[in-house]
Design a protein around this ligand. Structure first.
Ligand code: ADP
Ligand code: LRH
Length: 499
């Protein structure tokens, strides 16, 4: 029999990749296994123009095309493909189906101060009640309201809004869809009503007719267009709507098979710490702690905290690279390990760390303003960031326990950040519980799993997680130095905002 073979595109804020997944039949009493091969990887670099920050969307499309061609040239024969990307961002199409301008990057400064305006206009309780999301400047509603305020002709001319993964799928298939998990990152989709919040759109002057009815992960979108097939010399493989929000695909690939309730940390540019629920938890307590409720695959809801994450370190690295003093992440981790512990701490979610550029100076002034030793060397800066992140994870984990009434006996970590073994160790120490890591390419694997569900090769999310557990090694980090980390946590909490 023919092996099931699928192609996953996973685009994060810092890089994109294409991976082939092949389902190997079970041997003897063994389980079936998923074999994963990376065929293409590319950087994802935002571009600044006249004070706006954009994604280079056509470049990303070109990288997807390159990967499709490569897959077939290298002898793979995927039946389907799926695309997942970072949340919240979108492109607008005109009535002829053409893209109106370059999509904005979620860190575009247009959203500065918009949360405050919306809170004044609608009320904080009401906004949270209606959208169930953490108040993040990048939420789609803030971006659209900023465009509305700027009287953007693009918004007036728009016929259809496509979120980034749906936009890329449209470029390749000609089919316009709106996938559910991405829809739930907009703050314009009601988690209770499970409908677009047209009343809020009308109130804010956001055109409601540009939103399509969401479809659920596992739905077929359609084949590559004849032009794309001809251009790339490939057969018309079919696009599947996967968990197109990368975080949700990553959660689908968390190999939590034995536990009813589990805590996870999707660790990449952002750190998403959460737990899987059957329904959203939109309560005053969840609002007070500013947790998100995001739609997941397989009918789940994810209660999670969006933490600034390795972005802070990425930006420091970029600065050193640009100064001709380049350094790899592996080297940074080594230098951090040699630096003195607990010399200075930051609150990673301080708004001053959100925008691009000048990160080193911003960390230093944070430390200066909080009367701490100012980190100077690469090792000191990296150590400060990594210890602070680990402590923030503990705080978010404890908050999540308070909200759900669950207690978690450890933390599953997935994503590119788990290659940073020091961070994994620090996290186990900070939470005083084991950390289980793997797989690194969780988003791409979760993307594949929903394609396998659509192809009838996996029957459920549970079944799919079993496949991940059987296919990829999991490493365990046991906690150590608990007293030192407890003491550091007390210091950290004094730095923190109330949440
Ligand atoms: P994205 O959210 O952009 O998809 P990834 O999941 O690819 O992010 O994770 C990228 C992060 O992983 C980088 O910011 C870096 O901190 C970390 N990382 C990648 N490779 C290594 C490595 N070899 N050693 C330590 N950390 C690494
Ligand atoms: C992580 C992520 C996260 C947020 C942010 C914009 O890649 O998707 O869940 O939505 O990007």
């Amino acid at each position: 029999t023919k092996l099931a073979s699928v192609l996953a595109f996973d685009l994060g804020a810092s890089s994109g990749r294409a991976l082939i997944g092949e389902l190997l039949p079970h041997t003897g009493s063994g389980q079936p296994k998923l074999k994963v091969t990376e065929i293409h990887r590319f950087p994802n670099q935002p571009i600044a123009v006249h004070g706006h920050l954009h994604w280079d969307i056509l470049r990303l499309l070109q990288e997807l095309k390159t990967a499709i061609r490569k897959a077939f040239q290298e002898g793979y024969a995927p039946q389907t493909f799926g695309i997942d990307t970072w949340g919240v961002d979108f492109g607008l199409l005109d009535a002829n189906g053409e893209l109106l301008g370059n999509p904005y990057h979620y860190r575009d400064p247009q959203t500065e101060g918009i949360i405050e305006e919306l809170v004044n206009l609608i009320g904080k309780d009401s906004l949270y009640e209606q959208g169930g999301l953490q108040f993040m400047p990048f939420n789609t509603v803030n971006q659209l309201y900023a465009m509305k305020k700027a009287a953007s002709p693009k918004l007036t001319a728009a016929s259809t809004l496509l979120l980034t993964p749906d936009l890329l799928a449209y470029f390749l298939t000609g089919e316009k869809v709106c996938e559910f998990t991405m829809a739930t990152t907009t703050q314009l989709f009601g988690p209770k009503e499970q409908k677009w919040n047209t009343a809020l759109m009308e109130k804010l002057g956001i055109p409601s007719q540009i939103f399509l009815e969401p479809i659920h992960p596992g739905t077929r979108i359609g084949p590559l267009t004849p032009e794309v097939c001809e251009e790339l010399d490939v057969p018309p493989i079919e696009a599947i709507a996967v968990g197109t929000h990368d975080t949700e695909s990553a959660v689908a690939a968390v190999p939590a098979t034995g536990e009813e309730e589990f805590a996870y940390l999707v660790c990449g540019t952002w750190s998403l710490l959460g737990t899987e629920l059957e329904r959203p938890l939109v309560t005053p307590e969840a609002m007070a702690l500013d947790f998100s409720n995001e739609g997941g695959v397989g009918g789940t809801y994810q209660l999670l905290k969006n933490i600034m994450g390795l972005w802070i370190l990425q930006e420091c690295k970029r600065e050193w690279d640009e100064q001709g003093d380049g350094v790899s992440f592996a080297e940074l981790v080594l230098q951090a390990e040699r630096a003195e512990p607990f010399r200075s701490l930051i609150h990673p979610d301080d708004p001053s760390f959100y925008a691009p550029s000048g990160m080193i100076a911003r960390i230093q002034s944070y430390c200066r303003e909080t009367s701490q030793t100012v980190p100077l060397t690469k090792g000191e800066l990296a150590r400060c960031v990594l210890e602070s992140l680990a402590l923030r994870y503990r705080q978010a984990l404890e908050q999540m326990e308070a909200l759900t009434g669950q207690s978690f006996n450890g933390l599953h970590m997935v994503g590119g950040g788990i290659q940073n073994e020091l961070l994994c160790r620090f996290t186990a120490n900070a939470i005083g519980r084991p950390v289980w890591t793997g797989p690194v390419e969780a988003s791409a694997i979760g993307n594949m799993l929903m394609q396998l569900v659509a192809l009838g090769e996996c029957s459920s999310l549970q079944d799919a997680r079993q496949l991940v557990a059987a296919s990829f090694p999991i490493e365990t980090y046991d906690p150590a130095q608990t007293d030192e980390w407890n003491a550091a946590f007390e210091t950290f909490k004094r730095l923190s905002e109330p949440q």
